[in-house]
Design a binder for this molecule. Structure first.
Ligand SMILES: Cc1ncc(COP(=O)(O)O)c(C=O)c1O
Length: 399
């Protein structure tokens, strides 16, 4: 099917839930992808922080092939060796004692909310159920997680929204202190706001959250769906802060693109789930968790979190140079590891288009931020090429 016909079909038959760019990507290798007309791009979207090992990493392809030919799916009513192995790896490398597997970030957060509410009822009283989340945050599109996503634009038209959610400003400990009351079960927060515009909070923010939660006897849930798996230069973004959460949610990079979600918790918190508390047909099936084991082991063996820290510095430095060169078009460059944002003054959609036309795929975040989240295996050369393209794209879109 030619590209024009394919796009017509897609526009006619797929529900209009997002604005698509007018290309179809059909093949990938490392940081490169090719569209249906054979044009090559440098992928600095990483499938929105998903393909941490790059496209078609040989070990991921090998595990997928082998597991597909062995056993794709069995129900969670049976033990699943790959699931147990991935859970053990995640616990060995984090604060957590137990894991629940699902299929997406939203589901991982739904699980976290259910877990926190059940724990709070058992530990604080039957009216404890409120989840406090932060303005500008993003936690998913299911009804509960979109309600936890404190951004009006995502709520509009979907009312009535589920009860039991409150919002406070991000990076504002005083506001949180005022909002916590006898009905609060947990605080749900991203260590760095991704979709909200790559907002890095003050160094004292996470320790402050931990302290407020401890004082109030409530749980701290960290949504590391975008920041986890080495992206910020540590395996988990909470490691930058010196404190750990009670619950952490993962998805995106955990199986490099094979759908998976995970909710990690301490033994104390996890113990409130008993047979029948929760479930998922696909969650943690042999295919997804076999790939998860390969991805996680590769991440550790190849020290990709360290690499993200190192290459993140190279990227941020190059973006600072771009900012100095385009003082009118670029207001700020910021980020941590390979989760980086550039605040631009031309409409960010125009910058993304200009980049794409020149062979670079990039993302937007927040109101006018160009977001870059390349695979953690990105090279100096690829960063140089990407920044060269951003430079010319900014010239082309200058007002
Ligand atoms: C921080 C965060 N939480 C949750 C989600 C939702 O994940 P999913 O789209 O897999 O449901 C996202 C997706 O962008 C995210 O960035």
């Amino acid at each position: 099917m030619d590209t024009k016909r394919m796009i017509e079909l897609s526009d006619a038959r797929i529900m209009t839930f997002t604005k698509r760019q007018p290309v179809a990507l059909v093949r990938g290798e490392g940081l490169r992808v090719w569209d249906s007309d054979g044009k090559e791009y440098l992928d600095f979207t990483g499938g929105i922080s998903v393909t941490a090992l790059g496209h078609c990493h040989p070990k991921v392809v090998g595990t997928l092939r082998e597991q597909a030919a062995t056993l794709v799916h069995v129900s969670n009513i049976f033990h699943i060796p790959q699931q147990a192995q991935l859970a053990a790896l995640l616990c060995d490398h984090s604060f957590a004692d137990r894991v629940f597997f699902s299929n997406s970030g939203a589901e991982a957060n739904e699980t976290a909310i259910k877990l926190a509410r059940k724990w709070a009822k058992q530990h604080g009283g039957s009216d404890r159920g409120d989840i406090i989340s932060m303005h500008g945050g993003f936690h998913g599109r299911t009804l509960a997680t979109v309600t936890a996503t404190a951004q009006e634009k995502y709520h509009h038209g979907f009312e009535p929204l589920p009860a039991g959610f409150k919002y406070v400003a991000y990076n504002d400990l005083k506001a949180l202190e005022r909002a916590i009351d006898s009905r609060t079960a947990a605080v749900l927060v991203e260590p760095i706001q991704g979709e909200g515009g790559i907002i890095v909070p003050d160094d004292g923010y996470l320790p402050g959250l931990r302290k407020l939660c401890d004082e109030a006897g409530i749980l701290l849930i960290l949504d590391e769906i975008q920041t986890g798996m080495g992206r910020t230069g540590k395996l988990w973004a909470y490691e930058h802060s010196g404190v750990a959460p009670d619950i952490m949610t993962l998805a995106k990079a955990l199986a490099n693109g094979v759908p998976i979600g995970a909710t990690l918790a301490t033994e104390d918190v996890a113990s409130v789930f008993t047979p029948g508390s929760h479930g998922s047909t696909f969650g943690g099936n042999p295919l997804a968790t076999a790939v998860g084991v390969t991805v996680f082991s590769t991440l550790i063996e190849d020290r990709l979190a360290d690499r993200a820290a190192q290459m993140g510095k190279v990227l941020l430095q190059a973006l600072e140079e771009i900012r100095a060169k385009h003082p009118k078009a670029v207001k700020a460059a910021r980020g941590r590891g390979l989760l980086v944002g550039l605040d631009v003054t031309p409409p960010v959609g125009d910058v993304v288009t200009a980049c794409r036309e020149r062979g670079l795929l990039a993302l937007t975040a927040g109101d006018n931020t160009l977001r870059l989240a390349p695979a953690l295996i990105v090279s100096d050369k690829e960063i140089g090429q990407a920044c060269g393209i951003i430079d010319t794209a900014l010239k082309a879109t200058a007002p």
